[in-house]
Design a protein around this ligand. Structure first.
Ligand SMILES: [Zn+2]
Length: 276
């Protein structure tokens, strides 16, 4: 009898677990997040990002793109350094030697291909901001809806040129935006690095809530010490955005993934592995 009782409990427990699992898998929302290698580089002088600190020291940078699967479609967060840099034997040297010398060990297209995702499958391309290491492959997705802050979209580029092709489909955002309407992929306005900088909150069934920084902070010590790079367009806005992120982390129990932080990124799973 005792054995039969145990068996019954076991069956009940298994049934419970499988129904919970089926519920999680069948539930609408974001269910996979892949980290893609979108560049590797060396900053000539890291004090460009941390004024007065580590002057003249170089630092390794990484550059990530993040591919998110939602039951309503794929969203790509940032597009990285241009794939064409993969064909440059010495990488892309910056105009300012203190800035980042980027290389492209893997193309974005090859990493999407490995996952069986075609550029035409991408529904949304959301862009943290319009610096070259984040918008390098936007035109690989001419049909995808761009999700960009209005302030960034209208920010005049060099020589007053537009920052995106005028014919590229775009949804300009003012403030925050719940992309799929279910709270699992949320754009939050975090201006300061550029006029329309934004970050992304992704809530996954098992991994929980993750905040993707964009360049709200470039690496951990800058984040912890609230340091503002000299190239940022607005210092006060940058500090307010960092505080906003800190409040969200606390309120939502969220992790904070800093795009260019190599030490942190080296602790995370890269595609084809994923978070769910
Ligand atoms: Zn950047």
């Amino acid at each position: 009898m005792a054995r039969l009782g145990l068996l019954a409990v076991t069956i009940a427990a298994l049934a419970l677990f499988s129904s919970v699992d089926a519920g999680a898998q069948g539930k609408p929302g974001a269910d996979k997040l892949y980290i893609l290698n979108c560049g590797e580089g060396v900053a000539g002088d890291v004090s460009r990002w941390s004024p007065g600190v580590d002057v003249g020291k170089s630092m390794d940078f990484v550059d990530n793109c993040y591919l998110i699967h939602h039951t309503q479609g794929w969203l790509l967060w940032d597009t990285g350094v241009p794939d064409a840099v993969a064909n440059m034997p010495d990488g892309q040297a910056p105009a300012d030697p203190r800035s980042v010398h980027w290389r492209r060990p893997k193309t974005l297209i090859s990493q999407l291909d490995q996952l069986g995702v075609k550029p035409a499958d991408i529904k949304f391309v959301a862009i943290s901001h319009t610096h070259g290491d984040h918008i390098g492959n936007v035109e690989m997705f001419p049909q995808a809806m761009l999700l960009v802050q209005k302030a960034e979209y209208e920010w005049p580029g060099p020589n007053n040129t537009p920052r995106f092709k005028p014919e590229h489909p775009v949804k300009t955002i003012q403030g925050d935006s719940d992309v799929f309407g279910d709270g699992t992929v949320r754009i939050i306005a975090t201006p300061g690095h550029t006029p329309g900088h934004q970050s992304l909150l992704v809530t996954l069934p098992h991994a929980g809530t993750i905040i993707l920084s964009g360049d709200a902070a470039h690496f951990k010590s800058n984040w912890e010490n609230r340091r503002v790079p000299s190239l940022n367009t607005d210092k006060d806005q940058t500090l307010a955005s960092m505080q906003r992120i800190a409040d969200l982390m606390k309120g939502e129990g969220a992790q904070f993934w800093i795009n260019h932080d190599k030490a942190q990124r080296d602790t995370l799973k890269m595609a084809p592995e994923f978070y769910d």
